[in-house]
Design a protein around this ligand. Structure first.
Ligand code: AMP
Length: 195
């Protein structure tokens, strides 16, 4: 079972992906986490993308497709949750080709729907919580970068809604409620998509 979680920054993709890992044993593939790990370990690629990420722009398709390809080759039986990938039409095409090549299929694309004002509050809140707890704050969790992240989302990622709708795999979920309620609904959708 392979599922894409689609949605703007702050929609809760990472949180809900983690819940699906817990409840369904699926493997979370977050390109954002992979890029932050590359930056933290000081790899050449990590250093190269750090500034782009901090500004809130997308890194090149080539880099993220390479990261995903590596993980898909490893395979797993419970399936993948794609969190923050694909973010462009080129990435979506590449993912389709990679899934075909590795004998996987795409079971569902679930769009997490949230109003923009809530996104801003969630992200600014996430940064404040981390700061108060003495934890590291994401370099791109500030009002200025968020503006660019949202612009990038609407310009480059939102067209994927039409792309996956046309393929007949798009579903959507109201992602403004509590984490628990959304997790339960999402879990039901994932189960339904697998049958
Ligand atoms: P995220 O953790 O998903 O919010 O991603 C954080 C940042 O990593 C994004 O703002 C981009 O700079 C970069 N990034 C993550 N995933 C992708 C992707 N699929 N394509 C391009 N850039 C990405």
């Amino acid at each position: 079972m392979n599922v894409i979680l689609l949605g703007p920054p702050g929609a809760g993709k990472g949180t809900q992906a983690q819940r699906l890992v817990d409840t369904h044993g699926m493997v979370q593939l977050s390109t954002g986490d992979m890029l932050r790990a590359a930056k933290a370990s000081g790899t050449e690629m990590g250093n190269r993308v750090a500034e782009v990420m901090a500004r809130g722009e997308l890194v090149t398709d080539e880099i993220v497709i390479g990261l995903i390809e590596e993980k898909l080759m490893e395979g797993n039986s419970a399936g993948f949750i794609f969190d923050g990938f694909p973010r462009t039409l080129a990435q979506a095409d590449a993912l389709g080709a990679l899934l075909e090549k590795t004998g996987h299929r795409l079971d569902a694309v679930i769009a997490l729907e949230v109003d923009d004002e809530i996104l801003v509050n969630r992200i600014v809140g996430r940064a404040e919580e981390a700061r108060a707890a003495g934890q590291p704050v994401r370099a791109d969790d500030n009002a200025e970068s968020l503006k660019l992240r949202l612009t990038e989302y609407y310009k480059k990622t939102a067209p994927l809604l039409g792309y996956f709708h046309a393929k007949g795999v798009l579903q959507s979920i109201d992602a403004m409620g509590s984490i628990e309620v959304i997790a339960t609904e999402l879990s039901g959708m994932v189960k339904g998509a697998a049958t």
